[in-house]
Design a protein around this ligand. Structure first.
Ligand code: MN3
Length: 203
């Protein structure tokens, strides 16, 4: 079975004014759809692999045939990364972490404001295209990491529970080159309810 583009869990306009409708349409219907299409194209002769959820495909990256690795890294990563990105944004979820997740974030960064500031600094410091991730490591501790392009934290054995896309296609129409303004607006959309559920599921 081929991979499919998941529908957005809200309207294209739902994240206005922080992320504009046109950007959401292009980002989901063109960019994300292309990752799905190219992943399916690359795996057309390996239908056994497409039986796996894309996150499992990325976890098993090291064992994949060499000829498929670049496509899985770029397009499988792109598919998984964007799927998570849509899920962890919302116009109306909890605006701050709660419960055990909040405790772990505070253990790592003292408090939520410091966490936001570290996460934002890393995102601003990422040269070129990539993502900043909040990941859960094997020992269940949290870490903020950046990865280039569409590289997936799953390839490193980490579980991403939150991330921000800092490719220019994520913000250029509204914010042009000003990544800092996009990030400042993006914090208004982070869905801490969903992220807490993801954390609870693996910790
Ligand atoms: Mn993107």
């Amino acid at each position: 079975m081929a991979y499919t583009l998941p529908a957005l869990p809200y309207e294209y306009s739902a994240l206005e004014p922080h992320i504009d409708t046109k950007t959401m349409e292009l980002h989901h219907d063109k960019h994300h759809a292309t990752y799905v299409q190219k992943l399916n194209d690359a795996l057309v002769n390996n239908p056994d692999l497409t039986e796996m959820p894309v996150t499992e495909l990325l976890k098993s990256f090291a064992n994949l045939p060499e000829a498929l690795k670049t496509a899985v890294k770029n397009h499988g990563g792109g598919h998984a990364n964007h799927t998570l990105f849509w899920e962890i944004m919302t116009p109306d979820g909890s605006k701050t972490p709660t419960g055990k997740l909040a405790e772990e974030i505070n253990k790592m960064c003292t408090d939520y404001a410091t966490f936001m500031s570290h996460f934002t600094e890393k995102s601003l410091g990422l040269f070129g295209s990539g993502w900043t991730w909040l990941v859960v490591k094997a020992d269940k501790s949290l870490e903020i990491i950046t990865l280039p392009n569409q590289d997936s934290p799953y390839m490193l054995g980490y579980t991403p529970i939150m991330g921000v896309d800092v490719w220019e296609h994520a913000y250029y129409l509204k914010y042009q080159n000003v990544r800092a303004e996009y990030l400042k607006a993006w914090w208004n959309l982070v869905n801490w309810d969903v992220i807490a559920e993801k954390f609870a599921a693996i910790s």
